[in-house]
Design a protein around this ligand. Sequence first.
Ligand SMILES: *[C@@H]1O[C@H](CO)[C@@H](O)[C@H](O)[C@H]1NC(C)=O
Ligand SMILES: *[C@@H]1O[C@H](CO)[C@@H](O)[C@H](O)[C@H]1NC(C)=O
Ligand SMILES: *[C@@H]1O[C@H](CO)[C@@H](O)[C@H](O)[C@H]1NC(C)=O
Ligand SMILES: *[C@@H]1O[C@H](CO)[C@@H](O)[C@H](O)[C@H]1NC(C)=O
Length: 414
Amino acid sequence: MDSIPAFKIVLFLIFPFITADASTILPHKIFNVDNYGARADGSTDDSQAFLRAWNDACQWRGRSKVLIPLGNYMLNSVTFVGPCNGEMIFVIKGTLRAPTNPALFFTNTWIGFRYVDNLTLEGGGYLDGQGAAAWPHNDCSKNIGCLPLPISLRLDFITNSRIQKLRSINSKNAHINLFACNNINISHVRLSAPGNSPNTDGIHIGFSNNIKISSVNIGTGDDCISMVSGSQNIVISDVFCGPGHGISIGSLGRAFAKEYVMHINVVNTTFRNTQNGVRIKTWSPSSPSLASDINFQDIIMDNVNNPIIIDQDYCPFCSPTNKLIVTSLNNLRCFLGGESISQVQIRDVTFRNISGTSSSKVAIYLQCSRVVPCHKVKLVDIDLAYREAGGPAIASCSNVYGASYGKQVPSGCL
Ligand SMILES: *[C@@H]1O[C@H](CO)[C@@H](O)[C@H](O)[C@H]1NC(C)=O
Ligand SMILES: *[C@@H]1O[C@H](CO)[C@@H](O)[C@H](O)[C@H]1NC(C)=O
Ligand SMILES: *[C@@H]1O[C@H](CO)[C@@H](O)[C@H](O)[C@H]1NC(C)=O
Ligand SMILES: *[C@@H]1O[C@H](CO)[C@@H](O)[C@H](O)[C@H]1NC(C)=O
Protein backbone atom coordinates (compact mmCIF):
# COMPACT_ATOMS: atom_id res chain seq x y z
CA MET A 1 0.00 0.00 0.00
CA ASP A 2 2.87 2.34 0.68
CA SER A 3 3.55 2.72 -3.04
CA ILE A 4 0.09 4.16 -3.74
CA PRO A 5 -0.07 7.82 -2.86
CA ALA A 6 -2.85 8.68 -0.45
CA PHE A 7 -4.50 11.13 -2.84
CA LYS A 8 -5.06 8.32 -5.37
CA ILE A 9 -6.86 6.24 -2.78
CA VAL A 10 -8.96 9.25 -1.88
CA LEU A 11 -9.75 9.83 -5.57
CA PHE A 12 -10.65 6.18 -5.97
CA LEU A 13 -13.00 6.31 -3.00
CA ILE A 14 -14.66 9.49 -4.17
CA PHE A 15 -14.66 8.82 -7.92
CA PRO A 16 -14.43 5.06 -8.43
CA PHE A 17 -15.67 5.49 -12.01
CA ILE A 18 -12.50 7.39 -12.97
CA THR A 19 -10.37 4.29 -12.67
CA ALA A 20 -13.08 1.97 -13.89
CA ASP A 21 -13.55 3.96 -17.11
CA ALA A 22 -9.94 4.78 -17.79
CA SER A 23 -9.68 1.83 -20.13
CA THR A 24 -6.52 3.16 -21.71
CA ILE A 25 -4.54 2.63 -18.53
CA LEU A 26 -6.12 -0.65 -17.41
CA PRO A 27 -4.81 -3.91 -18.79
CA HIS A 28 -7.14 -5.89 -21.01
CA LYS A 29 -9.69 -8.04 -19.32
CA ILE A 30 -9.06 -11.57 -20.54
CA PHE A 31 -11.78 -13.87 -21.82
CA ASN A 32 -10.16 -17.27 -22.27
CA VAL A 33 -12.21 -19.57 -24.51
CA ASP A 34 -11.19 -22.54 -22.34
CA ASN A 35 -13.18 -20.99 -19.50
CA TYR A 36 -16.23 -20.96 -21.77
CA GLY A 37 -16.15 -24.67 -22.47
CA ALA A 38 -13.79 -24.93 -25.46
CA ARG A 39 -12.23 -28.40 -25.53
CA ALA A 40 -9.23 -28.03 -27.85
CA ASP A 41 -9.33 -31.74 -28.61
CA GLY A 42 -9.31 -31.18 -32.36
CA SER A 43 -12.73 -32.74 -32.91
CA THR A 44 -15.34 -31.17 -30.61
CA ASP A 45 -16.99 -28.15 -32.22
CA ASP A 46 -15.76 -25.24 -30.11
CA SER A 47 -17.64 -22.49 -31.96
CA GLN A 48 -20.32 -21.97 -29.30
CA ALA A 49 -17.66 -21.60 -26.59
CA PHE A 50 -15.85 -19.03 -28.76
CA LEU A 51 -19.10 -17.14 -29.29
CA ARG A 52 -19.87 -17.05 -25.56
CA ALA A 53 -16.38 -15.71 -24.83
CA TRP A 54 -16.76 -13.14 -27.60
CA ASN A 55 -20.17 -11.99 -26.39
CA ASP A 56 -18.95 -11.39 -22.84
CA ALA A 57 -15.80 -9.66 -24.10
CA CYS A 58 -17.79 -7.51 -26.51
CA GLN A 59 -20.17 -6.37 -23.77
CA TRP A 60 -17.39 -5.52 -21.33
CA ARG A 61 -17.04 -1.75 -21.00
CA GLY A 62 -13.30 -1.54 -21.44
CA ARG A 63 -10.51 -3.21 -23.34
CA SER A 64 -11.16 -6.91 -23.86
CA LYS A 65 -8.95 -9.73 -24.92
CA VAL A 66 -10.44 -12.95 -26.24
CA LEU A 67 -7.72 -15.52 -25.73
CA ILE A 68 -7.35 -18.75 -27.65
CA PRO A 69 -4.46 -20.61 -25.99
CA LEU A 70 -2.19 -23.13 -27.68
CA GLY A 71 -4.13 -26.21 -28.77
CA ASN A 72 -6.23 -27.60 -31.61
CA TYR A 73 -9.67 -26.05 -31.77
CA MET A 74 -12.25 -27.28 -34.25
CA LEU A 75 -14.64 -24.56 -35.35
CA ASN A 76 -17.67 -24.66 -37.60
CA SER A 77 -18.76 -21.54 -39.46
CA VAL A 78 -18.87 -18.75 -36.89
CA THR A 79 -19.29 -14.96 -37.05
CA PHE A 80 -18.29 -12.58 -34.25
CA VAL A 81 -20.59 -9.59 -34.36
CA GLY A 82 -20.23 -6.10 -32.88
CA PRO A 83 -20.57 -3.30 -32.17
CA CYS A 84 -18.69 -3.83 -28.92
CA ASN A 85 -18.37 -1.57 -25.92
CA GLY A 86 -14.61 -1.17 -26.20
CA GLU A 87 -11.47 -2.14 -28.01
CA MET A 88 -11.25 -5.86 -28.83
CA ILE A 89 -8.14 -7.99 -29.09
CA PHE A 90 -8.59 -11.48 -30.46
CA VAL A 91 -5.45 -13.47 -29.71
CA ILE A 92 -5.05 -16.74 -31.56
CA LYS A 93 -2.13 -18.70 -30.17
CA GLY A 94 -3.44 -22.12 -31.06
CA THR A 95 -4.62 -23.67 -34.30
CA LEU A 96 -8.19 -23.28 -35.45
CA ARG A 97 -9.35 -26.06 -37.75
CA ALA A 98 -12.26 -25.93 -40.17
CA PRO A 99 -14.63 -28.86 -40.73
CA THR A 100 -13.87 -31.52 -43.32
CA ASN A 101 -17.45 -32.74 -43.46
CA PRO A 102 -18.86 -31.93 -46.95
CA ALA A 103 -22.29 -31.22 -45.42
CA LEU A 104 -20.75 -28.11 -43.83
CA PHE A 105 -18.86 -26.82 -46.91
CA PHE A 106 -21.31 -24.61 -48.70
CA THR A 107 -21.42 -21.49 -46.60
CA ASN A 108 -19.64 -18.26 -47.48
CA THR A 109 -17.73 -17.76 -44.22
CA TRP A 110 -15.64 -19.91 -41.96
CA ILE A 111 -14.58 -17.25 -39.40
CA GLY A 112 -16.25 -13.86 -39.72
CA PHE A 113 -16.10 -10.52 -37.91
CA ARG A 114 -18.78 -7.88 -38.50
CA TYR A 115 -19.44 -4.32 -37.31
CA VAL A 116 -16.42 -4.08 -34.99
CA ASP A 117 -14.37 -0.95 -34.37
CA ASN A 118 -10.80 -1.14 -32.94
CA LEU A 119 -10.28 -4.85 -33.43
CA THR A 120 -6.85 -6.48 -33.31
CA LEU A 121 -6.42 -10.04 -34.56
CA GLU A 122 -3.04 -11.49 -33.66
CA GLY A 123 -1.24 -14.18 -31.73
CA GLY A 124 1.00 -16.15 -34.08
CA GLY A 125 -1.46 -19.04 -34.42
CA TYR A 126 -2.91 -20.78 -37.45
CA LEU A 127 -6.20 -20.78 -39.26
CA ASP A 128 -6.27 -24.17 -40.97
CA GLY A 129 -9.07 -24.20 -43.54
CA GLN A 130 -8.48 -27.90 -44.31
CA GLY A 131 -9.13 -27.04 -47.93
CA ALA A 132 -7.87 -30.27 -49.46
CA ALA A 133 -11.14 -31.92 -48.45
CA ALA A 134 -13.15 -29.23 -50.24
CA TRP A 135 -11.21 -28.22 -53.37
CA PRO A 136 -12.52 -31.17 -55.43
CA HIS A 137 -16.04 -29.80 -54.76
CA ASN A 138 -15.16 -26.47 -56.44
CA ASP A 139 -16.53 -26.39 -59.99
CA CYS A 140 -16.44 -22.59 -60.35
CA SER A 141 -14.15 -22.75 -63.39
CA LYS A 142 -16.92 -24.38 -65.42
CA ASN A 143 -20.10 -23.50 -63.55
CA ILE A 144 -20.80 -19.80 -63.08
CA GLY A 145 -23.69 -20.61 -60.76
CA CYS A 146 -21.35 -22.62 -58.53
CA LEU A 147 -21.86 -22.66 -54.78
CA PRO A 148 -18.99 -20.88 -53.07
CA LEU A 149 -16.83 -22.58 -50.48
CA PRO A 150 -16.19 -20.67 -47.23
CA ILE A 151 -13.65 -17.87 -47.02
CA SER A 152 -11.36 -18.51 -44.05
CA LEU A 153 -11.40 -15.02 -42.53
CA ARG A 154 -14.07 -12.55 -43.53
CA LEU A 155 -14.12 -8.97 -42.24
CA ASP A 156 -17.31 -7.05 -43.02
CA PHE A 157 -17.87 -3.45 -41.85
CA ILE A 158 -14.73 -3.48 -39.68
CA THR A 159 -13.02 -0.16 -38.89
CA ASN A 160 -9.73 1.05 -37.36
CA SER A 161 -8.39 -2.46 -36.97
CA ARG A 162 -5.35 -4.67 -37.42
CA ILE A 163 -4.51 -8.19 -38.45
CA GLN A 164 -0.94 -9.03 -37.51
CA LYS A 165 1.23 -12.05 -36.82
CA LEU A 166 -1.21 -14.66 -38.05
CA ARG A 167 -0.99 -17.57 -40.44
CA SER A 168 -3.64 -19.06 -42.65
CA ILE A 169 -3.13 -22.33 -44.43
CA ASN A 170 -5.16 -24.33 -46.95
CA SER A 171 -8.21 -22.10 -47.05
CA LYS A 172 -11.18 -23.66 -48.84
CA ASN A 173 -11.77 -20.41 -50.75
CA ALA A 174 -9.95 -17.05 -50.21
CA HIS A 175 -7.83 -16.74 -47.08
CA ILE A 176 -8.89 -13.19 -46.12
CA ASN A 177 -11.74 -11.08 -47.48
CA LEU A 178 -12.34 -7.42 -46.63
CA PHE A 179 -15.72 -5.93 -47.43
CA ALA A 180 -16.89 -2.43 -46.44
CA CYS A 181 -13.89 -1.91 -44.17
CA ASN A 182 -12.07 1.31 -43.32
CA ASN A 183 -8.57 1.81 -41.88
CA ILE A 184 -7.28 -1.73 -41.62
CA ASN A 185 -3.59 -2.64 -41.30
CA ILE A 186 -2.50 -6.14 -42.20
CA SER A 187 1.11 -7.03 -41.42
CA HIS A 188 3.37 -9.99 -40.69
CA VAL A 189 0.81 -12.38 -42.04
CA ARG A 190 1.62 -15.61 -43.88
CA LEU A 191 -0.93 -17.18 -46.16
CA SER A 192 -0.36 -20.45 -47.93
CA ALA A 193 -2.15 -23.02 -50.04
CA PRO A 194 -0.92 -25.13 -52.96
CA GLY A 195 -0.41 -23.42 -56.33
CA ASN A 196 -3.15 -25.57 -57.88
CA SER A 197 -5.80 -25.03 -55.18
CA PRO A 198 -8.83 -23.31 -56.79
CA ASN A 199 -9.85 -19.73 -55.90
CA THR A 200 -7.64 -19.53 -52.83
CA ASP A 201 -6.97 -15.77 -53.13
CA GLY A 202 -4.67 -14.46 -50.42
CA ILE A 203 -6.34 -11.14 -49.58
CA HIS A 204 -9.40 -10.02 -51.50
CA ILE A 205 -10.58 -6.41 -51.05
CA GLY A 206 -13.83 -4.77 -52.10
CA PHE A 207 -15.71 -1.60 -51.08
CA SER A 208 -12.96 -0.72 -48.63
CA ASN A 209 -10.91 2.38 -47.95
CA ASN A 210 -7.55 3.05 -46.25
CA ILE A 211 -6.10 -0.43 -46.23
CA LYS A 212 -2.41 -1.03 -45.56
CA ILE A 213 -0.79 -4.38 -46.22
CA SER A 214 2.88 -4.83 -45.38
CA SER A 215 5.37 -7.60 -44.67
CA VAL A 216 3.20 -10.40 -45.90
CA ASN A 217 4.22 -13.67 -47.49
CA ILE A 218 1.60 -15.24 -49.72
CA GLY A 219 1.79 -18.45 -51.69
CA THR A 220 -1.53 -19.67 -53.00
CA GLY A 221 -3.60 -20.94 -55.93
CA ASP A 222 -5.18 -17.66 -57.05
CA ASP A 223 -4.34 -13.95 -56.71
CA CYS A 224 -1.98 -13.15 -53.84
CA ILE A 225 -3.91 -9.89 -53.45
CA SER A 226 -6.93 -8.80 -55.47
CA MET A 227 -8.78 -5.51 -55.37
CA VAL A 228 -12.23 -5.20 -56.85
CA SER A 229 -14.85 -2.48 -57.06
CA GLY A 230 -14.85 0.13 -54.31
CA SER A 231 -11.22 -0.44 -53.31
CA GLN A 232 -9.49 2.88 -52.67
CA ASN A 233 -6.44 4.19 -50.86
CA ILE A 234 -4.74 0.83 -50.65
CA VAL A 235 -1.02 0.71 -49.85
CA ILE A 236 0.73 -2.63 -50.31
CA SER A 237 4.42 -3.01 -49.48
CA ASP A 238 7.05 -5.61 -48.66
CA VAL A 239 5.21 -8.54 -50.15
CA PHE A 240 6.48 -11.89 -51.29
CA CYS A 241 4.04 -13.54 -53.70
CA GLY A 242 4.44 -17.04 -55.07
CA PRO A 243 3.07 -19.35 -56.16
CA GLY A 244 -0.11 -17.57 -57.20
CA HIS A 245 -1.69 -15.35 -59.83
CA GLY A 246 0.01 -12.12 -58.73
CA ILE A 247 -1.43 -8.85 -57.48
CA SER A 248 -4.55 -7.95 -59.42
CA ILE A 249 -6.90 -5.08 -59.83
CA GLY A 250 -10.21 -6.45 -61.03
CA SER A 251 -11.86 -8.09 -62.58
CA LEU A 252 -13.86 -4.92 -63.11
CA GLY A 253 -17.03 -4.28 -65.04
CA ARG A 254 -18.89 -7.51 -64.44
CA ALA A 255 -21.81 -5.84 -62.66
CA PHE A 256 -24.20 -3.51 -64.44
CA ALA A 257 -23.47 -0.73 -61.95
CA LYS A 258 -20.44 1.51 -62.40
CA GLU A 259 -17.40 0.08 -60.63
CA TYR A 260 -14.24 1.87 -59.57
CA VAL A 261 -10.82 1.22 -58.05
CA MET A 262 -8.64 4.24 -57.19
CA HIS A 263 -5.42 5.30 -55.44
CA ILE A 264 -3.57 2.00 -55.27
CA ASN A 265 0.12 1.85 -54.44
CA VAL A 266 2.06 -1.42 -54.64
CA VAL A 267 5.76 -1.15 -53.70
CA ASN A 268 8.67 -3.45 -52.91
CA THR A 269 7.18 -6.75 -53.96
CA THR A 270 8.79 -9.94 -55.19
CA PHE A 271 6.89 -12.35 -57.41
CA ARG A 272 8.33 -15.84 -57.81
CA ASN A 273 6.97 -18.52 -60.15
CA THR A 274 3.63 -16.76 -60.43
CA GLN A 275 1.18 -16.71 -63.33
CA ASN A 276 1.10 -12.88 -63.30
CA GLY A 277 3.00 -10.10 -61.65
CA VAL A 278 1.07 -6.85 -61.56
CA ARG A 279 -2.24 -7.02 -63.38
CA ILE A 280 -5.32 -4.96 -64.18
CA LYS A 281 -8.15 -6.91 -65.74
CA THR A 282 -11.60 -5.94 -66.88
CA TRP A 283 -14.39 -8.08 -68.18
CA SER A 284 -15.21 -7.99 -71.79
CA PRO A 285 -17.79 -6.84 -72.46
CA SER A 286 -18.29 -4.63 -69.44
CA SER A 287 -20.21 -1.60 -68.24
CA PRO A 288 -18.61 1.89 -67.95
CA SER A 289 -16.27 1.85 -64.95
CA LEU A 290 -12.98 3.36 -63.80
CA ALA A 291 -9.56 2.21 -62.55
CA SER A 292 -7.24 5.15 -61.89
CA ASP A 293 -4.25 6.44 -59.98
CA ILE A 294 -2.41 3.14 -59.68
CA ASN A 295 1.31 2.82 -58.98
CA PHE A 296 3.39 -0.38 -59.16
CA GLN A 297 6.94 0.29 -58.02
CA ASP A 298 10.22 -1.42 -56.97
CA ILE A 299 9.21 -4.88 -58.06
CA ILE A 300 11.23 -8.00 -58.73
CA MET A 301 9.91 -10.65 -61.10
CA ASP A 302 11.42 -14.11 -60.83
CA ASN A 303 10.16 -16.48 -63.51
CA VAL A 304 6.75 -14.81 -63.87
CA ASN A 305 4.52 -15.74 -66.79
CA ASN A 306 2.95 -12.28 -67.38
CA PRO A 307 5.04 -9.81 -65.38
CA ILE A 308 3.20 -6.63 -66.45
CA ILE A 309 -0.29 -7.05 -67.79
CA ILE A 310 -3.41 -5.04 -68.52
CA ASP A 311 -6.08 -7.34 -69.91
CA GLN A 312 -9.30 -5.68 -70.98
CA ASP A 313 -10.53 -8.78 -72.70
CA TYR A 314 -11.01 -11.00 -69.67
CA CYS A 315 -13.75 -13.57 -69.98
CA PRO A 316 -12.71 -17.00 -68.79
CA PHE A 317 -16.21 -18.36 -69.41
CA CYS A 318 -16.28 -17.26 -73.03
CA SER A 319 -14.83 -19.68 -75.51
CA PRO A 320 -12.31 -18.09 -77.88
CA THR A 321 -14.18 -19.02 -81.04
CA ASN A 322 -17.65 -18.20 -79.88
CA LYS A 323 -17.85 -15.54 -77.23
CA LEU A 324 -21.02 -16.69 -75.62
CA ILE A 325 -22.22 -17.70 -72.28
CA VAL A 326 -25.25 -15.54 -71.71
CA THR A 327 -26.85 -15.81 -68.33
CA SER A 328 -28.62 -13.65 -65.84
CA LEU A 329 -26.57 -15.22 -63.06
CA ASN A 330 -24.09 -12.72 -61.66
CA ASN A 331 -24.92 -10.44 -64.58
CA LEU A 332 -22.32 -12.17 -66.65
CA ARG A 333 -22.82 -11.74 -70.33
CA CYS A 334 -20.56 -12.40 -73.24
CA PHE A 335 -21.28 -11.68 -76.89
CA LEU A 336 -22.12 -14.31 -79.41
CA GLY A 337 -19.40 -14.01 -82.01
CA GLY A 338 -18.02 -10.64 -82.98
CA GLU A 339 -15.88 -8.38 -80.86
CA SER A 340 -16.29 -7.97 -77.15
CA ILE A 341 -15.54 -4.54 -75.78
CA SER A 342 -14.75 -3.33 -72.29
CA GLN A 343 -15.98 0.09 -71.28
CA VAL A 344 -13.77 0.31 -68.19
CA GLN A 345 -11.53 3.37 -68.35
CA ILE A 346 -8.01 2.72 -67.08
CA ARG A 347 -5.87 5.81 -66.50
CA ASP A 348 -2.95 7.23 -64.51
CA VAL A 349 -1.13 3.94 -64.14
CA THR A 350 2.63 3.87 -63.48
CA PHE A 351 4.93 0.86 -63.68
CA ARG A 352 8.27 1.95 -62.17
CA ASN A 353 11.51 0.09 -61.42
CA ILE A 354 10.39 -3.40 -62.37
CA SER A 355 13.08 -5.95 -63.15
CA GLY A 356 13.72 -9.67 -63.38
CA THR A 357 12.65 -12.56 -65.56
CA SER A 358 9.60 -13.52 -67.55
CA SER A 359 8.79 -17.17 -68.20
CA SER A 360 6.91 -16.21 -71.38
CA LYS A 361 8.26 -14.20 -74.28
CA VAL A 362 5.73 -11.38 -73.82
CA ALA A 363 6.92 -9.67 -70.65
CA ILE A 364 4.76 -6.56 -71.09
CA TYR A 365 1.23 -7.04 -72.35
CA LEU A 366 -1.00 -3.98 -72.31
CA GLN A 367 -4.23 -4.80 -74.11
CA CYS A 368 -6.59 -1.88 -73.57
CA SER A 369 -10.09 -1.31 -74.81
CA ARG A 370 -10.66 -0.01 -78.32
CA VAL A 371 -13.57 2.17 -77.18
CA VAL A 372 -11.93 3.59 -74.03
CA PRO A 373 -8.14 3.35 -74.52
CA CYS A 374 -5.83 3.49 -71.51
CA HIS A 375 -4.55 7.01 -70.77
CA LYS A 376 -1.51 8.37 -68.95
CA VAL A 377 0.21 5.01 -68.63
CA LYS A 378 3.88 5.39 -67.66
CA LEU A 379 6.64 2.80 -67.97
CA VAL A 380 9.73 3.86 -66.02
CA ASP A 381 12.97 1.86 -65.63
CA ILE A 382 11.82 -1.55 -66.80
CA ASP A 383 14.30 -4.39 -67.20
CA LEU A 384 12.71 -7.76 -67.93
CA ALA A 385 14.41 -10.69 -69.64
CA TYR A 386 12.89 -13.76 -71.25
CA ARG A 387 14.13 -16.66 -69.18
CA GLU A 388 14.30 -19.29 -71.92
CA ALA A 389 16.83 -19.28 -74.73
CA GLY A 390 14.27 -17.89 -77.14
CA GLY A 391 15.67 -14.42 -77.73
CA PRO A 392 14.79 -11.30 -75.81
CA ALA A 393 11.46 -10.60 -74.18
CA ILE A 394 8.98 -8.49 -76.11
CA ALA A 395 6.26 -5.97 -75.32
CA SER A 396 2.81 -6.14 -76.88
CA CYS A 397 0.47 -3.19 -76.56
CA SER A 398 -2.70 -1.88 -78.10
CA ASN A 399 -4.89 1.13 -77.40
CA VAL A 400 -2.47 2.54 -74.82
CA TYR A 401 -1.47 6.20 -74.49
CA GLY A 402 1.28 7.41 -72.21
CA ALA A 403 5.04 7.71 -72.04
CA SER A 404 8.16 5.82 -71.10
CA TYR A 405 11.24 7.00 -69.22
CA GLY A 406 14.63 5.53 -68.31
CA LYS A 407 15.58 1.98 -69.19
CA GLN A 408 13.08 0.10 -71.36
CA VAL A 409 13.75 -3.59 -71.79
CA PRO A 410 11.74 -4.77 -73.62
CA SER A 411 10.82 -1.55 -75.42
CA GLY A 412 8.35 -0.58 -78.08
CA CYS A 413 5.11 0.12 -76.29
CA LEU A 414 5.13 3.79 -75.36
C1 LIG B 1 -12.00 3.18 -30.99
O1 LIG B 1 -10.89 4.03 -30.75
C2 LIG B 1 -11.20 5.41 -30.90
C3 LIG B 1 -9.92 6.19 -30.76
O2 LIG B 1 -9.19 5.75 -29.65
C4 LIG B 1 -12.28 5.81 -29.88
O3 LIG B 1 -12.63 7.15 -30.07
C5 LIG B 1 -13.50 4.92 -30.07
O4 LIG B 1 -14.44 5.20 -29.06
C6 LIG B 1 -13.10 3.46 -29.98
N1 LIG B 1 -14.27 2.61 -30.23
C7 LIG B 1 -14.47 1.51 -29.55
C8 LIG B 1 -15.68 0.71 -29.87
O5 LIG B 1 -13.69 1.12 -28.68
C1 LIG C 1 -2.09 1.76 -39.74
O1 LIG C 1 -0.75 2.18 -39.93
C2 LIG C 1 -0.61 3.59 -40.10
C3 LIG C 1 0.85 3.89 -40.26
O2 LIG C 1 1.48 3.04 -41.14
C4 LIG C 1 -1.16 4.34 -38.91
O3 LIG C 1 -1.12 5.71 -39.17
C5 LIG C 1 -2.60 3.92 -38.64
O4 LIG C 1 -3.05 4.51 -37.45
C6 LIG C 1 -2.68 2.41 -38.50
N1 LIG C 1 -4.06 2.01 -38.32
C7 LIG C 1 -4.41 1.08 -37.46
C8 LIG C 1 -5.84 0.75 -37.37
O5 LIG C 1 -3.59 0.50 -36.74
C1 LIG D 1 11.27 -4.97 -49.08
O1 LIG D 1 10.54 -6.11 -48.65
C2 LIG D 1 11.34 -7.11 -48.04
C3 LIG D 1 10.47 -8.32 -47.81
O2 LIG D 1 9.37 -8.03 -47.00
C4 LIG D 1 11.94 -6.54 -46.77
O3 LIG D 1 12.76 -7.51 -46.15
C5 LIG D 1 12.77 -5.31 -47.13
O4 LIG D 1 13.26 -4.69 -45.95
C6 LIG D 1 11.94 -4.30 -47.90
N1 LIG D 1 12.78 -3.23 -48.43
C7 LIG D 1 12.49 -1.95 -48.23
C8 LIG D 1 13.44 -0.99 -48.85
O5 LIG D 1 11.51 -1.56 -47.61
C1 LIG E 1 14.26 -0.81 -57.44
O1 LIG E 1 13.57 -1.87 -56.80
C2 LIG E 1 14.42 -2.75 -56.10
C3 LIG E 1 13.56 -3.91 -55.60
O2 LIG E 1 12.57 -3.49 -54.73
C4 LIG E 1 15.11 -1.99 -54.97
O3 LIG E 1 15.98 -2.85 -54.29
C5 LIG E 1 15.88 -0.82 -55.56
O4 LIG E 1 16.41 -0.04 -54.51
C6 LIG E 1 14.96 0.05 -56.41
N1 LIG E 1 15.73 1.06 -57.11
C7 LIG E 1 15.52 2.36 -56.93
C8 LIG E 1 16.38 3.27 -57.73
O5 LIG E 1 14.66 2.80 -56.18
